[in-house]
Write a protein that binds this ligand. Structure first.
Ligand code: HEC
Length: 155
């Protein structure tokens, strides 16, 4: 029950922000190769500092509602319904991570509670004003991936 409440709160806090540019791959055209996406969604390298902000921002990624990320420990209220993202770059390649962030239901687990951040397949009962919008922009996805690849376990 606690988990359900936490997930609902996390999902409800996500407000969509959307900008488009000509070079950007549209959500419906994302070229999945199995569970991974081998092509940048924008052609512009991700910025890890911007990515860290998206992870912590409650109206963008809100990743910390569910995931512990030790380097972002100064941000409050880390949830633990999901695996820690510490060392995630040792477990997944950058292309895998792009696939997971775009749509975890496609890449990880069809029943995942993790929101699909760059997909229009967000299920039923979508608020009318949110139809056709993604939670993150394509560039924000690239920024998040650029940050995730820095999360290696200290050896
Ligand atoms: C509502 C909770 C929730 C939110 C919000 C969320 N995730 Fe997740 N995430 C999960 C769960 C649960 C899993 C474990 C896989 C599964 O069963 O769905 C997961 C798995 C992952 C994995 C794979 C971890 C591993 O070690 O295998 C990555 C990477 C990831 N999430 C990144 C993110 C990022 C980046 C964000 C924010 C942009 C985010 N998640 C937001 C719940 C969430």
């Amino acid at each position: 029950m606690k988990l359900v409440v936490a997930c609902f709160a996390a999902t409800a806090a996500l407000a969509p922000i959307r900008t488009t540019s000509a070079a950007e791959i549209a959500p419906a055209d994302v070229p999945y190769d199995g569970a991974t996406i081998k092509t940048s969604l924008t052609g512009v390298p991700g910025n890890p500092e911007e990515g860290a902000k998206v992870l912590a921002n409650r109206s963008l990624g809100n990743c910390l509602a569910c995931h512990v990320v030790t380097p972002l420990a100064k941000e409050q209220f880390h949830g633990d319904v999901a695996p820690t993202l510490d060392g995630v770059a040792d477990r997944w390649s950058p292309d895998d991570l792009r696939g997971i962030v775009v749509n975890a239901k496609h890449s990880l687990n069809p029943d995942s509670v993790m929101p699909g951040f760059y997909t229009l397949e967000v299920g039923i009962n979508v608020r009318k004003d949110l139809v056709g919008k993604t939670i993150l922009t394509a560039q924000q996805v690239e920024d998040v991936v650029a940050y995730l690849v820095t999360l290696k376990d200290a050896k």
